[in-house]
Design a protein around this ligand. Structure first.
Ligand SMILES: Cc1ncc(COP(=O)(O)O)c(C=O)c1O
Length: 417
């Protein structure tokens, strides 16, 4: 069980085979965790175990392998439920990723509940997957989309949120933590505001669930979406949490095997929750491995994960102060900020910076981060981003800072600066 002690990062690193890999003659410095995290042996091994020992379809077999696979698959759902303190396993729906979870809400709950003249409120900090589904819904329905702006210090303008959330608001869709700015938003305050006018709150937890303690009941959100691959789990599997009383009356989205109760040639009736929203053979192996990822994080303790990331982010923010030509996006201090640091350079394009760092074995993300409106609102079209996780160290921040200094020197000598 986790104590309040700092994470034993060297011990954690030993669980991640990829971290000892060489890239361009250097030991990998992996700082692209907001895009996807690396996977510990325990997660990789759970995939191997499934395929080697009990690969079988779930919910439909009477043989031993199918029973074992069903138990492991449902067990993983229970682990996710406890991890985010959801009220029941039925409130956890397996999807492919955050994007599919968000689209599921847009195509089911919102399709049934948003009409002409209604309003959808979202924020200037959203990933494309929490903007485009709402734009499309607004076009289909004749509804209006309102975007809460970012303040000068990189936070959400909560005064504007209070103005925007009115009797016409049917849904507020907001990110818990920005994948570009690192800002942690007060989604509980947004949930309270939209509940006062009878609407629902959807939280994009893609960047929060992997990094901090998240309690969906304490946040009182109606929906929460996140992806396993950003929290030590495999790609191709995500989660939509929904309040059971909302899911119970929400129409299904995809139709087919497993989601039905009874079918005639004329009609069909729907299975119980959560299977009603899981048509077809699910991603069994990856769901089970998500359970292994959740076990790993729960064993560390999410309070300690958050504390570690706060420490490393504070260290990095301090080091960045000495760098030339760099402008940071988002909050400059760790208050309300997770382990994401995005920045642009006065004269060097972020792709050039990223390529120069790659030569030193340092992996960062460059570009618009699937948040084009946000990045452009900062007067740039591309930014570099370093993002940290449980296995990153202050020594790796130093490697990044040295790498940025080296890149600056190189571009300066090349006459680019
Ligand atoms: C805040 C946020 N929302 C949504 C997504 C989309 O996640 P996925 O690509 O796993 O669907 C991401 C991915 O970077 C993200 O950071």
């Amino acid at each position: 069980m986790a104590s309040g002690a700092p994470l034993d990062v060297q011990r954690i690193r030993a669980d991640f085979p990829i971290l000892s890999r060489q890239v361009n003659g250097h030991t990998l410095t992996y700082l692209d965790n907001a895009a996807t995290s690396q996977k510990p042996t325990q997660v990789i091994q759970s995939l191997v175990d499934y395929y080697e020992r009990y690969n079988s379809n779930v919910h439909r077999g009477v043989h031993t392998l199918s029973i074992e696979a069903t138990e492991a698959y449902e067990d993983a759902r229970g682990k996710v439920q406890r991890f985010i303190n959801a009220p029941s396993p039925e409130s956890i729906i397996w999807t492919r990723n955050t994007s599919e979870s968000l689209n599921l809400v847009a195509y089911t709950w919102a399709e049934a509940n948003v009409g002409a003249g209604d309003e959808i409120v979202t924020t200037a900090m959203e990933h494309h997957s929490d903007i485009v589904p709402w734009q499309q819904l607004a076009y289909r329905k004749g509804a209006t989309l309102k975007i809460i702006r970012e303040t000068e210090t990189g936070r959400l303008d909560m005064e504007q949120a209070a103005e925007f959330i009115t009797e016409r608001t049917k849904i507020v869709a907001a990110t818990h933590m920005s994948n570009v700015l690192g800002t942690v938003n007060d989604v509980k305050a947004l949930a309270d505001a939209v509940h006062r006018v009878g609407g629902v709150m959807l939280v994009d937890g893609a960047q929060s669930v992997p990094h901090m303690p998240v309690d969906v009941q304490a946040l009182d959100c109606d929906f929460m979406a996140f992806s396993a691959h950003k929290m030590l789990g495999p790609t191709g599997i995500g989660v939509l949490y929904g309040k059971p009383e909302i899911l119970e009356v929400m129409p299904p989205w995809m139709f087919g095997g497993d989601m039905i109760l009874e079918v005639t040639f004329e009609d069909a009736s729907w299975n119980d929750l959560p299977y009603r929203f899981e048509a077809g053979t699910p991603n069994i192996a990856d769901a089970i491995a998500t359970g292994a990822a959740v076990d790993y994080l729960a064993e560390l303790g999410m309070d300690r994960v958050w504390a570690h990331e706060q420490q490393i982010t504070a260290y990095a923010l301090d080091k960045f102060k000495d760098l030339n030509g760099i402008t940071l996006l988002g909050p400059r201090e760790v208050e309300d900020k997770g382990a994401v640091i995005s920045f642009s350079h006065d004269s060097v394009h972020s792709h050039d910076l990223g390529t120069a760092l790659d030569q030193l074995g340092i992996a960062i993300r460059t570009g618009h981060h699937c948040a084009m409106p946000l990045v452009r609102s900062h007067g740039i079209i591309s930014a570099a981003r370093a993002s940290f996780y449980i296995y990153n160290t202050e020594a790796e921040v130093d490697i990044l800072v040295d790498g940025l200094n080296e890149a600056e020197e190189y571009f300066s000598k090349a006459g680019i600066l």
